[in-house]
Design a protein around this ligand. Structure first.
Ligand SMILES: [Zn+2]
Length: 192
């Protein structure tokens, strides 16, 4: 079990070795998911496991557990069992806990492919509410589930459109356009 203090991974020097930066990115994603979703019980996030046993990507997704009242966040891969705990995550930039009450509205579940979830996690222009949505994605056997109101989905779709408009790389723009189409179709299906 890997015990990490998140503050030790902040502000890594620019010349930090790749494995250290990858580990920091993994821990930051786990904290984002754990603080975006429910507290008090473990749940399966859409975050992929980063391990490559036998040089093949582990197919598992990361199960996160944020205790309530707040304490160290626990995580483990649902397939290979890799896991650990993360302390000192409170009030870091990766702490996505709500600071205000959620806007009331009818909540829908939108099922998206894992590739679309990966595109959403890479978005650079997300505000904190949209980031919370992206990291609250739950694992499904063959995809990910987004729980949203029509307004939240509209805001997230606008973020994807804005980023696609600013993207010069053709391949990445293609992935963003594909994600936009899927979210926009889901929004239309809600009558939004
Ligand atoms: Zn794994």
């Amino acid at each position: 079990m890997f015990v990490a203090d998140l503050t030790h991974f902040q502000d890594l020097p620019a010349d930090a070795p790749g494995p250290a930066r990858n580990l920091a990115a993994h821990l930051e994603a786990v904290v984002r998911a754990a603080t975006a979703g429910q507290a008090g019980a473990p749940w399966a996030s859409a975050l992929p496991c980063g391990r490559r046993p036998g040089r093949r990507p582990c197919p598992g997704r990361i199960i996160v557990h944020r205790p309530e009242p707040p304490a160290a966040i626990g995580w483990r891969c649902g397939a290979c069992g890799d896991g650990g705990v993360i302390s000192n995550w409170e009030d870091t930039p990766y702490d996505l806990r709500r600071r205000h009450l959620a806007v009331a509205g009818v909540v829908h579940e939108v099922v998206i492919a894992c590739q679309v979830a990966a595109v959403l996690r890479e978005l650079a222009l997300l505000d904190v509410d949209a980031e919370r949505l992206v990291f609250s994605l739950r694992a499904l056997p063959d995809g990910a589930a987004l729980t949203v109101t029509a307004q939240e989905l509209e805001d997230l779709t606008a973020c994807v459109a804005a980023e696609a408009n600013h993207e010069d790389n053709r391949r990445r723009r293609g992935r963003l356009d594909a994600a936009f189409t899927i979210l926009n179709d889901a929004l239309a299906a809600m009558g939004g």
